[in-house]
Design a protein around this ligand. Sequence first.
Ligand code: KG4
Ligand code: ZN
Length: 339
Amino acid sequence: MKDVLILAIESSCDETAAAVTKNGRTILSNIISSQIDLHKLYGGVVPEIASRKHIEKINQVIEEALCEAGVTLKDIDAIGVTYGPGLVGALLVGVAEAKAIAYAAGLPLVGVHHIEGHVSANYIEHPDLEPPFLCLIVSGGHTHLVIVKDYGEFEILGRTHDDAAGEAFDKVARAIGLGYPGGPKIDRLSREGNSDAIAFPRAKIGDNPYDFSFSGVKSAVLNYLNQASMKGEEVNRADLAASFQKAVVDVLVEHTMQAARDYHMDKVAIAGGVASNGTLREAMSRACEKAGLKFYRPSPVYCTDNGAMIGVAAYYEYIKGTRHGWDLNAVPNLRLGER
Ligand code: KG4
Ligand code: ZN
C-alpha cells in the first residue's frame, strides 16, 4: 500500500509548528519555533504578539519541515491543521496557511482538534497503543479525563471547573517570581524542596469524582505567601513549589486511578504540556504499576505543543474520511468530539 504523508500545522498558542508524518505514527520531521522568550517579557502569552509572530515564522517552519523530511508538496497526501481550541488570531494563521497550501497543491484539508492532537502524541512512541484507553489531558488551557473509545472518539468523564492544571502552575510560578512558563520552573525547583512541608488543600468538587478544581490550591498558595509577607517571614520557595506540585499531582493521579477502576480500563495515558512534569510521570507510573495497568506517556517534546501530534491525529481522521472545505474557520472554543 502507498505511504500516507501528512503535512501538519499547529499555531493555536505560542508555538509555530509543522511536521511531516508517515502512515500515522512515523515522524519524518517536527519543527517547533517557540515564542516563549518573547512572551516571558510580559509574564504570559500576549495574543496579538502570538499572531504576528506566527505570520512571520510559519512559512519558514513549513519549509524546514518539508526539507528535513526530504519531501516536497508533491509527495504529501493531505494537509492537517489545528483549527481549535486556542487563541483565535493564532489559530487563524495556521488555518489560512493550511487552506492556501491545500488549495494551491490540490490536496485534501483535514482540520484537527488540538486536544485530539495531544492525545495522539501517545501513538508516536508506543506502536502497541490502540484505543480504548483512559487519557488524562493536562495542558495550559485544558484538564480533561477522557476515555479514548476509538481514534478521534472520546467520552469525557471529567474536566476542570476553573483553572487548567498548567494555568495553576503558571500562576503559582508567577506569584513566587519564577516567570513564564511556570510549569517547567516549578518542576525543576521542586526537586530541591520538601513536598510535605506545607499542607495545601486537595479539592473535591460536586458530585462528579472525575472533575477537577485548581483555584482552591492556587488561592491557598497566594494566602500562604500573603501571610508570610505580613509576618515578615522568609518563604522557602522550593518547599512551596514541591508542596503545591504534590497537591496537584495527588489529585490528578487519584481521579485517574478511580476512573480506571470504575471503567475497567487496563491502559492509562497522559498528554499535554503538564504531562512532561517529572513528578506526575513518576506518580502515575507508580500508581499504574501498583494497579497492574499499562502506562503510556509521550516524550516531553511531544507533550508540549508540536506539529507531529497534529499530524498523527490528522492521519487517523484522514483514513476515516474526514475532510474540511475551504470554509474551514478557526474555532477558539471548539469542544472535544465536535467536527
Ligand atoms: O500543551 P501545552 O504546550 O499548551 C496548551 O495546549 O495549553 O501546555 C503548556 C502548559 C503550560 O501551562 C506550562 O507551564 C505547562 O504546560 N508545563 C508544565 C511542564 N512543562 C510545561 N507543567 C508542569 N511541569 C512541567 N514540566
Ligand atoms: Zn496544547
